[in-house]
Ligand binder design. Structure first.
Ligand code: NI
Length: 184
């Protein structure tokens, strides 16, 4: 089922997610819905708070980007990250233009670590560890931020954020259009 996506300004996106304690039908249903919602919106990542939930889960379509022996899920399928923790970040950083399904129409250059190591449970609740760089590292950092209540626009300069203030306020008031379902 496609779920409406929460917009910047929605309190659930600021409150931080909580660890999932065990598998359940409702967790599996949530994962299915998140994958369907991400794909329906042509996104490459989606975190639970973006659909109004507080489980520490995100999904990401990194298949084409990651070829890693430790990824047990199908190489072409979307990946599920339950209780992810970034346990190592490279000092080397890179800049890349990011967007977010919860902040339609805004793209900004964000500086992040070039490589990371992340630990998580896959959707079968098997522990996994992944060392990645480039786009997958960026997507994972962006999604883990969502689980901590952080947006990519929190990571740009004060100057850039000031330029966006009016537009962000409009988004927070729902004055924005997207070609996917928004929660209003
Ligand atoms: Ni996002």
């Amino acid at each position: 089922m496609i779920l409406p996506i929460r917009l910047y300004g929605d309190p659930v996106l600021r409150c931080g997610a909580e660890d999932v304690v065990g598998d359940s039908a409702s967790v599996q249903q949530l994962i299915d819905n998140m994958i369907e919602t991400m794909r329906g919106a042509s996104g490459i990542g989606l975190a639970a708070p973006q659909v109004g939930r507080t489980e520490r889960i995100f999904v990401a379509d990194l298949a084409a980007e990651i070829q890693h022996e430790h990824v047990s899920e199908g190489a072409l399928g979307p990946m599920t990250f339950i209780n992810p923790e970034i346990v190592r970040e490279s000092e080397e950083e890179s800049e890349f233009e990011e967007g977010c399904l919860s902040i339609p129409d805004i793209c900004e250059t964000v500086k992040r670590s070039e490589r990371i190591r992340v630990t998580y449970l896959d959707r079968h609740f098997r522990p996994q560890e992944l060392d990645v760089g480039g786009l997958p590292a960026r997507v994972i950092q962006h999604e883990v931020d969502h689980l901590e209540g952080i947006f990519f626009v929190d990571r740009i300069s004060e100057f850039r954020r000031r330029l966006l203030r009016r537009k962000l306020r409009e988004i927070a008031h729902g004055k924005v259009e997207a070609d996917y379902a928004l929660y209003r």
